[in-house]
Design a protein around this ligand. Structure first.
Ligand SMILES: [Zn+2]
Length: 151
């Protein structure tokens, strides 16, 4: 199924700046990630809530672009979401509970993958282990577990 979207409120869409129109791509994909079909007055806070939650749990979906270079992670403010009321897609809206379950499932899968990857990689490097069997990787060793970004 292809991902379709449109603005039912053309007047509002025309008010968006060039940069805001470019950000619309993020909203199209975010609809899919966040399991919300459209942006309305009523669900605008839910957009921000889910976007924030998903980013905190699984890392940034998007970055703010400046002169073609990625900067800060992009999590829209409520005002930025509300500017796009009338935006609609063919994504199916799911409940917050269903969205959280999906986000947690992705988190768990990522953790499992990273652990497995680190274990596999640890077998392959020549860094020394101490008496407890804990490997101490040399600086720059590719087998070292990547650090999770913590805020
Ligand atoms: Zn190593």
């Amino acid at each position: 199924m292809s991902l379709n979207w449109q603005f039912t409120d053309k007047a509002r869409f025309k008010k968006l700046t060039k940069e805001e129109k470019e950000q619309n791509d993020c909203f199209v994909w975010a609809a899919l990630f966040l399991d919300i079909r459209d942006i309305t007055e009523k669900n605008a806070t839910e957009w921000v809530w889910r976007w924030t939650f998903g980013n905190k749990l699984n890392g940034p979906y998007f970055y703010r672009m400046k002169d073609g270079v990625a900067g800060e992670p992009f999590v829209p403010t409520l005002a930025e979401v509300k500017k796009r009321i009338g935006f609609t897609t063919n994504v199916s809206t799911r409940t917050r509970r269903q969205f959280i379950d999906k986000a947690v499932r992705i988190f768990n899968e990522t953790q499992r993958f990273e652990k497995q990857w680190a274990e596999e990689a640890a077998k392959e490097c020549d860094c020394p282990s101490d008496k407890d069997g804990i490997k101490w990787h040399a600086e720059g060793c590719k087998a070292a577990q990547p650090e999770l970004p913590l805020e």
